[in-house]
Write a protein that binds this ligand. Structure first.
Ligand code: GLN
Length: 500
């Protein structure tokens, strides 16, 4: 990383306001970094250099005119997962079926951050339609983890996570349906937040599993992350599932963590989140982190979430069911790819057969099966009933025992590219600690908390009450400042490792 690409967002902001560098210089530094590293990392599908440069010029005139009064993200580069539609910029969802699709409208989260001055530097790689936990399901090839390029960055928002981790952008947007922000954040040593279901509008987020999907931010620190969350949170008339809850000042919530540490905070530790088969280095780091929280004044409380072991089977019925119906719209008529054929039926079949990759087809088949007459009650309905039990587990823990829950994010550190690619079931297990949070609609955040013997990052997960992102940020920030894990010094090591 060069100097400009390793700064925090606050440092970028003050450098811009004090005219140490311009928005054009800042954006150019990131575009050069992307150019120099994308061939190795493959984190971007589309690099929007021209649009970014003109947005940066515009941002420079906003700063010249308004100075301190300019919006908080003015001139700050942001990478956007290619699952969010961007007006005038190709949106692929890493699928061949959307090839050439240039959306005529803007995703609300993207337009909100741009209104606050953010500059889109490009669209990041992902597992096709966000289905996966390694980024190997992308039809544009796998993303490589900046800490070890033979390994996956996690998924599905692996491109966004790798981009932030490697200094291609200080901030990024991702989506999280079963762990796709938190798990890649954990595997690449950065911070990632899945907000409460309804906290951020999903207008313009390509629908995958609509009762689970959320948009959220990635950053290299909790403070930086709060600035992007602030920009995108809040009710949107165009998404009826977004909720009209007041949006607190997240930076103030963080400052509170600094002043009062975590005294009076009860942190629940769910016993079901420490299981056989998890990497001992992960368990060790998470347990040590619990000690750090205690030192910060928090009280640790043992809690039980008894239906945790049913989360994966429940998720992998509901998720494909919703996906199969959401993906019915890709019929060769309205978007992207169309395969010529003699009849309409044949055109649908040929377009879908060619346009979708194997994991997407697998989910469509499973989803169609569990929703079909005769199987609906046995699978879909039963899964919905178990979902309620999982929701109630969290409700009981928050009502009786704790204010926030601390847990691992991923059962392992970054695995090798190809290691799990032939076993969908192995891959699905990567979601064991993240998908219950989506089923319950709760906010969850991954914060770097250590590394394994190979120097690969490990994340600590904070899980909160509905709409209580503030507590997650407060805990995350207090922890981050206290922990010995220094992302910046590690990042210098990372940069020399892949020799750029
Ligand atoms: N790994 C999970 C899946 O494949 C999570 C995906 C996501 O959150 N988008 O469904």
């Amino acid at each position: 990383m060069n100097e400009l690409t390793s700064l925090s967002v606050a440092e970028m902001r003050s450098g811009l306001l004090s005219k140490q560098f311009s928005c054009v210089e800042l954006v150019d530094a990131h575009l050069s970094r992307i150019e120099a590293t994308n061939e190795v990392l493959n984190s971007f599908i589309t690099i929007s250099s021209e649009l970014a440069r003109s947005a940066a010029q515009n941002a420079d005139s906003v700063i010249a005119q308004s100075g301190e009064e300019s919006p908080p993200l003015t001139g700050i580069p942001v990478a956007v997962k290619d699952m969010l539609v961007t007006e005038g910029i190709e949106t692929t969802c890493a699928s061949q079926i959307l090839k050439g699709f240039i959306p005529p409208y803007q995703c609300t989260a993207v337009s909100r951050m741009c209104k606050r001055g953010a500059v889109i530097v490009g669209k990041t790689n992902l597992d096709e339609f966000a289905m996966g936990a390694s980024n190997e399901n992308s039809s544009f090839g796998p993303v490589r983890n900046p800490w070890d390029t033979k390994r996956v960055p996690g998924g599905s928002s692996g491109g966004s996570a790798a981009a932030v981790s490697a200094g291609q952008a200080p901030l990024a947007l991702g989506t999280d349906t079963g762990g796709s922000i938190r798990q890649p954040a954990s595997l690449t040593g950065i911070v990632g937040l899945k907000p409460t279901y309804g906290r951020v509008s999903r207008f313009g987020a390509v629908a995958f599993a609509s009762s689970l999907d959320q948009i959220g931010p990635f950053a290299r620190s909790v403070e930086d992350l709060a600035v992007l969350l602030q920009a995108i949170a809040g009710k949107d008339e165009r998404d009826s599932t977004s909720v009209d809850e007041p949006v607190p000042n997240y930076s103030e919530a963080i400052a509170k963590g600094e002043n009062e540490a975590l005294s009076k905070l009860r942190v629940g530790v769910p016993k079901e989140y420490f299981i056989d088969g998890m990497d001992p280095a992960v368990e060790d780091s998470v347990r040590k982190s619990l000690g750090v929280l205690e030192k910060l004044g928090a009280t640790l409380v043992d809690v039980s979430l008894p239906h945790t072991e049913l989360a994966i089977p429940t998720y992998y019925i509901l998720n494909p069911a919703e996906a199969s119906s959401n993906l019915a719209r890709y019929d060769g008529v309205r978007y992207g790819l169309r395969e010529p054929a003699d009849s309409l039926q044949e055109m649908y079949a040929r377009t879908r057969a060619k346009g979708f990759g194997p994991e997407v087809k697998r989910r469509i088949m499973i989803g169609t099966y569990v929703l079909s007459a005769g199987y609906y009650d046995a699978y879909y309905l039963k899964a919905q009933q178990i979902r309620t039990l999982i929701i109630n587990d969290f409700k009981a823990a928050f009502a009786n025992d704790c204010d926030v829950i601390a847990a691992p994010v991923s059962p392992s550190t970054a695995f090798a590219i190809g290691e799990k690619a032939d076993s969908p079931l192995q891959m699905y297990l990567a979601d064991v600690f993240t998908c219950p949070i989506n089923l319950a609609g709760l906010p969850g955040m991954s914060v770097p908390c250590g590394s394994d013997a190979d120097g690969l990052p490990i994340g600590l997960q904070f899980i909160g009450k509905p709409f209580d992102e503030s507590t997650l940020l407060r805990c995350g920030h207090a922890f981050f400042k206290q922990s010995s894990f220094d992302i910046r010094s590690m990042a210098r090591k990372q940069a020399t490792e892949f020799a750029i």
